[in-house]
Design a protein. Sequence first.
Length: 441
Amino acid sequence: MSSSSPELKRTLSPAMLWGLGVGYVISGMYFGWNLGLEQGGTLGLGIATFFIIILYVTFTFSYAELACAIPKAGGAFDYATRGMGEDVGFIAGMAQNVEFIFAPPAIAFAIGAYFNLFFPQIPVLSIAIFAYIVFTALNISGVRAAASFELVITILAVGELLLFAGVTFPHVEIRNLQQNAFPNGWQGVFASIPFAIWFFLAIEGVANVAEETIRPQRTILFGFGSAILTLVILCILTFTGSIGVAGWEAVVYKPDGTVSDSPLPLALARIVGNENWLYHLLITIGLFGLIASFHGIILAAGRSTFEFGRVKFAPAFLGRIHSRFRTPSNALLINMIIGVIALLTGKTAEIITISVFGALTLYIISMITLLKLRKKEPQLNRPFKVPFYPVFPITALVIATISFVAMTIYNTKLSLIYILLMAVAFGIFKFFRKGSSINNQ
């Protein structure tokens, strides 16, 4: 089934990379972000989102420098290992694995719940597991096929968000945006940070397919730059269009008073009702947004786990590729098994939060790595250099650090679980690396 050769096939074009970059993230526009309104209101979540946009813009261009200079499938793991040694590299890689492996189960559950509306006789969990099997198989079949599929559904999902903005903006009123806008003060700003991050989580996955891109130095820059620009525009349109129709409570609470994680249908129903063809079109195409992120993050997670196995930081079989399809099939299958186990816990909100902890750890280490490599390897070939250095990486580092601290304060139990998970993984890594060194002497 597998080959020990570490070579991945270069087939990804700039357009495909844009599709992956936007696709990884776009589900965050369709569900989940509105839960931050319950914490911070329009102004609280808006302030948090403003700073998170600054974080992702500065981080994305900084990360693009690393991705262009070191185009490896491991992403942050490879950069941190080169800049600060294998111990820090392991932590960065493990954080990346946590982010990419634990985000898909939450999205899979949303896909299951979505299909369950149309087919209530089929359990949500069964649909979610089926989705895992189908999209893991698609990723194993070849990266070009996977990326082409991602591009198509991403275009559909983007088009639907633009249509949503076109329908809602004529009905946006300033008084709706001002209504109970700051219910919990600055505490609400910090509490809503994870939901602001959900707008952009996983954009860095573009770097993990660097080894499979045509002319990676140019293609990665285009992928990152065009993707983050698209996402910022969609974020602003979706945020304003959803809340401006009837206030933030209207896109958080269902008519029965329960909390909903589907803000767009709630907003659109206020304008056209829930029987109009536009409403049903939004619900139907909205599914593509979930699938795009689910499928795209599975792709990125496979490359991250593959690189861990390839350099023997994890069992070596994870670093093998399929002899026919030239994809990291073993890594993809193991990630699927872990994801299904996470699904069975039913703790989707907690899984999302742990995934965000992994992302912020990755951002912090990556920015320190960039600063370190500029001093350690000034002659390193950098086809692209981050603008406004060192302002951009330092800005990203500061905002990511503040976000991590705020999340720890408001999610103490989950932060301890995340730290324990990382500590156990690091202990196992050090034990086996030490044993490997002894055996090699």
